[in-house]
Design a protein around this ligand. Structure first.
Ligand code: PLP
Length: 363
């Protein structure tokens, strides 16, 4: 039985998976129409010439920008494409006018590779206050802090790579803007997953995860009235990928974006309730956190290699999940976690199999 009433339709639009795919946070499964869009454009490029083929798709490209922009709360002309979220961040940091040793405030769910980008540029990184053990930003304390001192900008992962916690980005933006501080948001795990209209100055993300577009496409949008100046160089080469991502966004809009977000939140809750208290593993997030990214902490004493072995065992049993090592969120601690990230085609039988397997792995 599908966990969501959109499950059957979502699955029917795709090839049959060869495995119980519970790994949308790594890469979601693209629809046949997305794959066909990519394929057809590559054929047009070879047949008609790449530039002519791109011109012929100009209307589709504009429509795609408009739809993705509106998902992010940005105008179409504020959006530009990159090869990945990582490349998008890099272009933002290169395009910002910042003082030497700029200060950036982040949350404890900050993505490790992003921290490496900050360190490479000698930024001073500080952690925003948290309101709970899950690392959720404490917006009231942040507002107080901002009265006394302001960073050059705030950077926050809307959803991190190893936690299903959804950061209160709209509220962070509100208090930051009251203090004249810009907010840059990593939406790699949130676009297509939760509502992403936040008012942030700069947002960026990736096609291949919850949006289920192709790999190799990222995007960034800078508000025209951004608090901070960001000058982005043009970089718009992978037209087939942009068209395929546009198709993926169109499918999300057709299903009803709010309906999809509600269903993914419901799937997250169903999965956490099913996995809660199994063996000596522990669900890390609150059971009703409104996301479909679920993490399980291993039994006490288990190290990273044991979690990798558990991931491998699940793969042998036909279930695809991630062993999430602590490099992904180094400020959140050094525990390796199992990350389970079902999309709309999740079935209760898969969760039962997962629960059964996990029960036997532990003590
Ligand atoms: C996956 C991920 C990224 C990187 O996305 P790419 O498109 O592979 O560069 C960045 N931030 C977070 C939180 C992620 O989960």
């Amino acid at each position: 039985m599908y966990c969501s009433d959109l499950g059957e339709q979502w699955r029917a639009a795709r090839v049959e998976p060869s495995i119980g795919h519970l790994d949308a946070a790594s890469a979601g499964r693209s629809s046949n129409a997305v794959i066909d869009t990519l394929h057809q454009h590559l054929i047009r490029e070879a047949r008609d010439g790449s530039y002519i083929a791109a011109d012929a798709q100009a209307d589709m490209l504009v429509a795609g920008r408009q739809a993705l922009g509106s998902l992010l709360g940005h105008a179409a002309d504020e959006l530009s494409y990159r090869d990945s979220a990582r490349a998008a961040l890099s272009s933002v940091l290169n395009g910002m006018k910042l003082p030497l040793s700029a200060t950036v405030w982040v949350a404890t769910n900050e993505f490790g590779p992003n921290l490496a980008e900050f360190e490479r540029r000698d930024f001073v990184v500080r952690t925003m206050p948290t309101i709970d053990v899950f690392g959720r930003v404490d917006v009231d304390s942040l507002e107080n802090m901002l009265q006394f001192e302001q960073p050059d900008f705030i950077h926050v992962c809307h959803i991190g790579s190893t936690s299903g916690i959804v950061q209160p980005v709209a509220q962070i933006v509100e208090v930051a803007h009251n203090a004249g501080v810009a907010v840059v948001v990593d939406m790699a795990q949130s676009v297509g997953h939760v509502a992403t209209v936040t008012g942030a100055d700069v947002v960026y993300g990736t096609s291949r995860k919850w949006l289920t577009g192709p790999r190799g496409v990222g995007f960034v949008a800078v508000r025209s009235d951004s608090v901070i100046d960001v000058e982005l160089l043009p970089s718009d080469a992978f037209i087939a990928g942009q068209l395929a991502l546009s198709q993926a966004v169109a499918e999300l809009v057709d299903l009803g974006e709010q309906k999809v977000f509600d269903e993914l939140a419901a799937i997250g809750r169903i999965a956490r309730e099913r996995l809660h208290g199994i063996g000596s593993w522990e669900v890390v997030e609150p059971l009703d956190e409104r996301s479909a990214l679920i993490t399980l902490a291993p039994p006490p004493g288990w190290g990273p290699a044991d979690v990798v072995a558990a991931r491998d065992r699940l793969r042998e049993l036909g279930l695809l999940v991630t062993a999430a090592d602590s490099w992904r969120a180094p400020l959140a601690g050094d525990t390796s976690l199992l990350r389970i990230s079902p999309h709309l085609d999740a079935r209760t039988e898969q969760l039962d199999e997962l629960a059964k397997a996990i029960r036997t792995m532990g003590y």
